[in-house]
Design a protein around this ligand. Structure first.
Ligand SMILES: *Cc1c(COP(=O)(O)O)cnc(C)c1O
Length: 373
């Protein structure tokens, strides 16, 4: 019997045969497990290699992306590191240019040191991604909707081009979540998630995941997960799993509110541009203002919390040029279109009218300032 998403979110990975009858997977706060005789375990040996609370989460995450295999990590960055571990010196990666600042940083400042080359393209144009592939290209890295401009990539078209050249397609699915987009079904080979965001949803744990249907890739990724050891502890696995139970409900409501917020911003005179792909709970917009006025505006909001991260039940917002994307050089930011007045909103579960009222009073202060200037 194949269950639907909401049912899998509650049930997948949970061991109904738990001897205590526990209806939620317990936090097995244990770093090692007793062996019957040397090398003979009852399923678990050392917690870095495998752990029951983590395994429950890994099986659940795999099910959400319609996959066979899942691996959980201590953060989204640890998950990204895990995927790039399959590369060696001389390999080449083609990546979306408009991507998470931390991904850009680990590509260009860390993996580049080991002789891995990166080419950044506007993957909104599948042909541009295809043309950048070289004989030594091993990975095509996609992030869609992209961060912070929420541009869309045709995953199926890109993955098909990559497959023909023997290139592995990876999609960072953090923004859309498997509720709204399942990249493996569209032909991608690997999904990466920062589970810190919507998957956990409550801003109380860091985590990451790597998910695939490819048995050989999984074996290699699992080997590196254990070898590197950037694994989450049982308490964080539990919190992330608890968040997943309400993932579909949260994303649906947050997306509906985001649509309202985007519509509101589009008609406001102080707003130069709104970036919203028509789904999801993230909206970016540009104030018709310089960095100083934009930073002033961030202080005027009372309900929205100025913070990095996204996907929480609490509405968060940030100024990408000086926060999430501060590590991206100014000329690169300008080239990819990250304007000085850009703000990124992550819509939470507060009443949408309260969120809009707060934007209204904040934007009024910007408008007044401009008129008096
Ligand atoms: C936050 C984020 C990451 C990194 O995840 P952490 O859990 O912060 O390490 C990677 N990709 C995207 C799209 C993100 O938003």
């Amino acid at each position: 019997m194949s269950y639907r998403f909401e049912t899998l979110a509650i049930h997948a990975g949970h061991n109904d045969d738990d001897p205590t009858g526990a209806v939620t997977t317990p936090v097995y706060q244990s770093s090692t497990f007793r062996q019957q005789e040397p090398g003979v375990t009852s399923g678990f040996g050392y917690a870095r290699t495998d752990h029951p609370t983590r395994r429950a989460l890994e099986e659940n995450l795999a099910a959400l992306e319609g996959a066979r295999y899942g691996l959980a990590f201590a953060s989204g960055m640890a998950a990204i590191h895990n995927v790039l571990s399959i590369l060696r010196s001389g390999d080449h990666v083609v990546s979306t240019q408009d991507l998470y600042g931390g991904a850009w940083r680990i590509f260009t400042k860390y993996f580049a040191k080991f002789g891995i080359e990166f080419t950044f393209v506007d993957a909104g144009d599948a042909n541009a991604a295809g043309e950048a592939l070289r004989p030594e290209t091993k990975l095509l890295w996609l992030e869609t909707p992209s961060n912070p401009l929420l541009k869309l990539t045709d995953i199926a078209a890109c993955a098909a081009l990559a497959k023909r050249r023997g290139v592995v397609t990876v999609v960072d699915n953090t923004f859309a979540t498997p509720v709204l987009q399942q990249p493996l079904a569209l032909g991608a080979d690997i999904v990466v998630l920062s589970t810190t965001k919507f998957i956990n949803g409550h801003s109380d744990a860091l985590g990451g995941a790597v998910i695939t249907n490819d048995e050989a890739l999984f074996a290699e990724l699992k080997f590196f997960q254990n070898a590197v050891g950037a694994v989450p502890g049982p308490q964080d696995c539990f919190l992330i799993q608890r968040g997943i139970r309400t993932l579909a409900l949260r994303v649906e409501r947050q997306s509906a509110s985001a649509e309202r917020v985007a519509r509101y911003l589009r008609q406001h005179e102080a707003v130069a541009r709104v970036h919203y792909p028509g789904f999801g709970a993230i909206v970016s917009f540009e104030l018709d203002a310089d960095v100083e006025t934009t930073r002033e505006f961030t202080k005027s909001l009372k309900l929205w919390t100025l913070a990095e991260s996204l996907g929480s039940v609490k509405s968060l917002f940030c100024h990408p040029p000086t926060m999430t994307h501060a590590s991206v050089e100014p000329e690169v930011r300008r080239r990819v279109g990250i304007a000085d007045g850009l703000l990124r909103l992550s819509i939470g579960l507060e009443h949408v009218d309260d969120l809009i009222d707060d934007l209204e009073q904040g934007l009024a202060s910007v408008t007044l300032e401009e008129k008096s200037a």
